[in-house]
Design a protein around this ligand. Structure first.
Ligand code: PBG
Ligand code: ZN
Length: 323
């Protein structure tokens, strides 16, 4: 029988020549959690290696990231004060705006992406304004303040805005707001297909954003729905998104492939907190060859069609790739 590549005859070089998928540190965005104060670096119990940091520590962290070849970060803010509308995120002296300005001052070469949402800033922990009577998120009122938050980020120097609240019409709203304020060149990376997922558990510990009542099922997607998942991303493309995203990553690689085959936009995956925590725990108990499994996981994202990987593993991956 004719075989072009007999696996058993593949030597190292031929194996590299015929390899279909590769992972590069250029593919990664590293998440950072910023809070006020000085010299604060608090490890998150459920996510070893992930910290809440004050701005001075974030600045140091950026230096280390650059030395590893990581130039892209996504920022999440933990404000001192939370209220019903997330005022801290709408204020030019809020935690995220302050962090962006300081980072850009010291590290102008860092590509700073901002997560645009309200769950980290509201006292109820939901991703938008709440209609108190009905205990539901008010979509259109949330769109208005989302536009304001985007302008606050842009003014502070953000390089890309990533709305994660899954509000209807958010991309169109933000594009219009950015354009009419002179920020035509700031791209939007949409959390376009975001599932209501149990995998976000540890993140809500770090960001202190667990909803005080109800859940996010009225605005995040049902994990059982494939067609709806594809349609959500395609709709965001039509509204003017520059990059689409699937979140979480691991349990949704079929969705990644299908969106990839139906768009010409770049596609990101968010390798979320629960996925990270699972591998970390397995590592701690010596259940797996940790580095091997991390790389295998990253390859699976690329193979499924992801161009960009947002991951808490980014620093570890950089070290592996460099050695
Ligand atoms: C905010 C947001 C969340 C994550 C990213 N942006 C949490 C959520 O929707 O509850 C999760 C990231 C992770 O789990 O690592 N909307
Ligand atoms: Zn949110």
């Amino acid at each position: 029988m004719f075989q072009r590549f007999r696996r058993k005859r593949l030597n190292k070089h031929l194996r590299a020549l015929v390899r279909e998928t590769s992972v590069s540190i250029d593919d990664f965005i590293y998440p950072l959690f910023v809070r006020s104060g000085k010299a604060i670096k608090t490890e998150v119990a459920s996510m070893p290696g992930v910290y809440q940091m004050s701005i001075d520590e974030i600045i140091k962290e950026c230096r280390e990231l650059k030395s590893l070849g990581i130039y892209s970060i996504i920022l999440f803010g933990i404000p001192d004060v939370k209220d019903s509308i997330g005022s801290d995120s709408l204020c030019e002296h809020g935690i995220i705006a302050s962090a962006i300005r300081s980072i850009k001052e010291v590290h102008p070469d860092m590509f700073v992406v901002t997560d645009l949402c309200f769950c980290e800033y509201t006292d109820h922990g939901h991703c938008g304004i709440i209609d108190a009577k009905h205990e539901t998120v008010e979509n259109d009122a949330t769109l208005k303040i989302s536009a304001s938050q985007a302008i606050v980020h842009a003014k502070a120097g953000a390089d890309m805005i990533a709305p994660s609240g899954m509000m209807d019409g958010i991309i169109e709203t933000l594009r219009e707001a950015l354009d009419s304020n002179g920020y035509e060149n700031i791209p939007i990376m949409s959390y376009s297909t975001k599932f209501a997922s149990g995998y976000y558990g540890p993140f809500r510990d770090v960001a202190e954003s667990t909803p005080s009542f109800g859940d996010r099922a009225s605005y995040q997607m049902d994990p059982a729905n494939r067609r709806e998942a594809i349609a959500e991303s395609i709709s965001d493309e039509a509204q003017g998104a520059d990059i689409l995203m699937v979140k979480p990553a691991l349990a949704y690689l079929d969705i990644v492939r299908e969106i990839k085959d139906n768009t010409s936009l770049p596609l990101a995956v968010y390798n979320v907190s629960g996925e990270y925590a699972m591998l970390k725990l397995a590592q701690k108990h010596n259940l797996i060859d940790y580095e091997r499994v991390v790389m295998e996981t990253m390859i699976s994202f690329k193979r499924a069609g992801a161009d960009i990987i947002i991951s808490y593993h980014a620093k570890e991956v950089a070290k592996m790739l460099n050695s």
